[in-house]
Design a protein around this ligand. Structure first.
Ligand code: FES
Length: 105
């Protein structure tokens, strides 16, 4: 199952994602350390902020929790397609997703 990541320099990189791990864990494990994810996925840092650039047809993402929405509201770079990548479990339906790493706040 493929994940594509656009790094801040605009480059697009694809790799095979691990099912069951979050998007954040997958991106970190693939070596993209510009996604800081400082809190390790416990929904308190917002440094795992990404943009969902492309979602495979028929895939859907979990609705953001109130806490996720509040954290994203604190970012200067929030967009309509913003999500915290630690809150999205990766599964087969998301194969082909394209994720952009948001600028650092
Ligand atoms: Fe901290 Fe996602 S890793 S909120």
């Amino acid at each position: 199952a493929t994940i594509s990541v656009r790094t801040r320099d605009g480059g697009l990189h694809s790799f095979d994602g691990r099912i069951g791990a979050s998007l954040m864990e997958n991106i970190r494990n693939a070596g993209f350390d510009e996604l800081l994810a400082m809190c390790g996925g416990c929904l308190s840092c917002a440094t795992c902020h990404v943009y969902v650039e492309q979602l495979p047809t028929s895939a859907s993402l979990p609705v953001p929790s109130i806490d996720e929405t509040e954290l994203l509201e604190g970012s200067d770079y929030r967009q309509e397609r913003s999500r915290l990548s630690c809150q999205i479990p990766f599964d087969e339906t998301l194969s082909g997703i394209v994720i952009g790493i948001a600028p650092e706040d």
